[in-house]
Design a protein around this ligand. Structure first.
Ligand code: PLP
Length: 386
């Protein structure tokens, strides 16, 4: 289906709400039935009917339809955060005694779930360097139930070969899941390579305005129905209809925003690459990136996120760079309209904690919707004054 059809019309049934162009926010906790028969029918298949907003709400349902179509899967669920989506998706596939293989350096709270939390319940995870598919194969055990991917990851951008990992997993009857937040569905569709479960932090690009936290799970009808009836309804980590409405509004401009951020990020990365105070630029779609060919095969773009290394030898010099930036906000997260800078130096000198193993020269930039030349001016003056 054409992206324009999905973002503009799909899932919207305007006859049901006065031909309103923008859908209504159905801000209700529950739904009443006209007859006992209708009531019975609805509770027998709650995913397809409106019974209670912890299950299926009509405003959220429009969003679910669009998200499933964006990823090319049969169905989707929306949750209260990306971390809730990761946790619910993972919990749906494992039980006590099972084993997971996960790419190394996943998102921090995913690492906490798999590395620290699930072992308490008898589920073990092996973390592997995902740049080589053979590492996944070598880590498999008879009780491996899930392979968990994040391609690229959102700090140093290592990729996994989605088609090869999916083929390996299918040949062994193992489910695959991926965190696809970096690319958004505009630039990468893992289901097309055979990945079973596609997860997003919709807080980032999908909503795109830095004002809603949410998460998404896209998969087959069979997987989604099972997750809905078990983990989703039990854990209750939903979003409000109003937040779903804001994400629907954000989606109207998803393609435009992705294209703008992607083009601007390439321009800014190009500027930094030639700068004498920059040691290295890490951007998966720059030709000197080690996995450039694989990135070109799997990704239609990369969006606004990339990293670089400052050419400095002391933390103090790096600190001067951040102190002099005026047009980038110092902040975590990404995917909104505003450009952000995340220094690994922010994870140094924290009382009671060891410094991050990442070099203090590492800087992650998120390029938002501003004029890239205006952003380059700011970077240029801060690099000169370092
Ligand atoms: C932000 C993020 C998450 C977590 O999403 P929240 O919406 O913040 O809970 C998961 N994965 C990646 C790659 C992220 O960047």
């Amino acid at each position: 289906m054409h992206l324009s059809e999905i973002l503009t019309h799909l899932g919207e049934d305007r006859h049901r709400y006065f031909e309103a162009v923008a859908p209504p926010v159905i801000q209700t906790s529950n739904f009443a039935f006209r007859s006992l028969d209708e009531f019975r029918k609805a509770v027998s298949e709650e995913l397809e009917h409106h019974v209670y907003t912890r299950g299926n709400n009509p405003t959220v349902e429009i969003l679910r339809k669009k998200l499933a179509a964006l990823e090319g899967t049969e169905d989707a669920l929306v949750l209260g955060s990306g971390s809730a989506a990761v946790a619910v998706a993972v919990l749906s596939q494992v039980q006590q005694g099972d084993h997971i293989v996960c790419v190394q350096k996943p998102y921090s709270w995913t690492w906490k779930l798999l590395g620290k939390w699930l072992p308490r319940f008898g589920v073990e995870t092996t973390f592997v360097d995902g740049r080589e598919t053979a590492r996944f194969e070598a880590a498999l055990r008879p009780n491996t139930r899930l392979i968990y991917l994040e391609s690229p990851n959102s700090l140093t951008f290592e990729l996994q070969d989605l088609e090869a990992v999916a083929r390996l997993a299918r040949s062994r009857g193992i489910v695959t899941a991926i965190d696809n937040s970096h690319c958004s569905p505009v630039f990468q569709n893992p289901a097309a390579f055979g990945i079973d479960i596609v997860i997003h932090s919709g807080t980032k690009y999908l909503n795109g305005h830095s004002d809603v936290v949410n998460g998404v799970i896209c998969a087959s009808k069979k997987i989604i129905r099972s997750i809905f009836e078990n983990e989703f309804m039990t854990l209750g980590a939903i979003i409000s209809p109003h937040d779903a409405w804001l994400i629907l509004r954000g989606l109207r401009t998803l393609e435009l925003r992705m294209q703008r951020s992607d083009a601007s990020a390439r321009k800014v990365a190009g500027f930094l690459k030639g700068h004498p105070r920059v040691r290295q630029v890490l951007h998966p779609l720059m030709p000197d990136f080690p996995q450039y060919e694989l990135a070109r095969k799997q990704m239609r773009g990369s969006g606004g996120l990339f990293s670089f290394l400052l050419d400095v030898d002391t933390l103090e010099a790096a600190e001067r760079f951040f102190a002099n930036l005026n047009r980038f906000l110092l902040a975590v997260s990404w995917g909104g309209y505003e450009s952000l800078v995340l220094p690994s130096a922010a994870f140094y000198k924290i009382p009671g904690k060891p410094d991050t193993p990442l070099p203090f020269q590492l800087v992650r930039l998120y390029i938002g919707l501003e004029d890239p030349d205006w952003l380059i001016e700011d970077l240029a003056q801060a690099l000169d004054r370092m």
